[in-house]
Design a protein around this ligand. Sequence first.
Ligand code: TF8
Length: 339
Amino acid sequence: IVLPGILVLSACGNNSDSNTTASSANDGIKERTIKTGIGNSEAHPQGQGMNKFKELVEEKSGGKMKVQNFFDATLGDDLKMTEALQAGTQEVTTPSTSPLVGMVPEYGMLDFPFVFNTEKEADAILDGKVGKQLLERLPEQGLVGLGYWENGFRQLTNSKHAVKTAEDFKGLKVRTMQNEVHLDAFEKLGANPTPMAFSEVFTALESGTVDGQENPMPTIVTQKYNEVQSHLSLTKHVYTPFVFLVSKKFWDGLSEEEQKIMREAAEEAGKFQRDLNRSENEKAIKELEKAGMKINEVSDQEREKMKEIIKPVNDKFAEKIGANLVDEMMTELAKVRGK
Ligand code: TF8
């Protein structure tokens, strides 16, 4: 008889802080199962990070909170899983921020090509005030963000030719994420961008539906794109993060103690994941070279030219997103660079 009352109470709490009386009736740690899903394989640093998260949550909760990890988009791609979080049918996912711009348009500013030069710069923005402001946009979408993990600097692969100059993009059919900034940027370079969900990429490359794709090194290796792509060009054209998302419906039902466990585990596993991702980067290039891929660098000078060509795209979206937030990011970046 008491139960329906509690349910109504926590449903009302959805609109305000989770600081309702419902949480006092919900102290301690309960037996729970947390279902997580990602698009990458278990071998990818993201998969290893999820395994670390599982280990930490189970350890910190004395085995009461159980984490069940699903890899390889078996629960769906980034967007589908994020929608499952909103519906409350899945508890956790760590998607790229790029396909989430339909929900949080401000995330588009992280998609601007050539904004970050180093991982240190990306960390400073994501872990700082700007990253936090972006996380604050999530609850109104039924999502709670516990911080950023690393996808990384994206590199271009294709089956046609080495891409060394801005000219070399011309006519290449490139799969992009479902994201307007990426789409427009590749169009500006003269490529033929095709937005597509991640789990369809290998087949599209294999069948020749597209000539190429772009992703960070750990993904290129673990997805074995070298089997269907001959060229790897180190364009480093954009840095994209993962965001650690929890279903707000699930989160609001957790006690403070349980929320703390989730928060700490996501953060600790995130540190582990970033380190692993960064060490995999260098290993991956050697591995792919051995596997016969033709790898080329892109000079800073050429990268500068690409940046110039894409600039109108960044400017257009900066206006759409809100120049203030973009300016704040650029000011913070200048500080990190010591300028
Ligand atoms: C993409 C992303 C993906 C990730 C993950 C597999 O290319 O970079 O690798 O978001 O879901 O779609």
